[in-house]
Design a binder for this molecule. Sequence first.
Ligand code: 1GP
Length: 229
Amino acid sequence: MEFSLDNWNHLFKLDPAKEISDEDLDAVCESGTDAVVVGGTDDVTLDGVLDLLSRIRRHTVPCVLEISNLESITPGFDYYFIPMVMNSTEKKWMMDIQHEAIKEYQDSMNWDEIVVEGYCILNEEAKAFKQTKCELPDDDDVVAYAYMAEHIFHLPVFYMEYSGTYGNTELVQTVKEQLKDTKLVYGGGIENSVQAREMKEHADTIVVGNLIYSDIKQALKTVNAVKDK
Ligand code: 1GP
């Protein structure tokens, strides 16, 4: 059976290009989060990914690689997330790099461990937005992308990516109302438990990234904020 995010409410995302102390990394892994995702945009190298993998592996928390580039793919993770950037203006980010990856890795791909994410990047300032040459969709566009993720591509996940800025809760709610089988993941700018709880009202799963590096104490509190619900 293909893996689904059914019971995952909270994820921490660690960036292989950023430094994290053992103490903070241990706290993240032991926080009660549902999984730790390794993923980033700039300077994601195999060395950086392997370093985080080996350190996270000292703990029992599930460990996910969100694939940024072909060079940094490695075995050893529990799950692999494959983004397809739906609002990119270049086919490359929706289709071609995934195609390239399939040609190279098809024989070793285990679909019990793979989740394809329909990404919609909604912060123009985000590195990923610029790198993947995205176009900022209006609200109706976003809802239509969500519809396409579910009904055309049958993707298990639609990811509203506001990386670096807190998103529009009303739009997250509207998108959630649109989706039936496809899970809604929200990520971006969560700075405290109130925001974590607010986004979790609508999204199935929330992702906390930057806050780990800017305020670890607040980051850790977002786990229980979401689990209490
Ligand atoms: C980034 O969606 C995640 O891919 C989380 O965003 O880093 O802004 O928390 P932040």
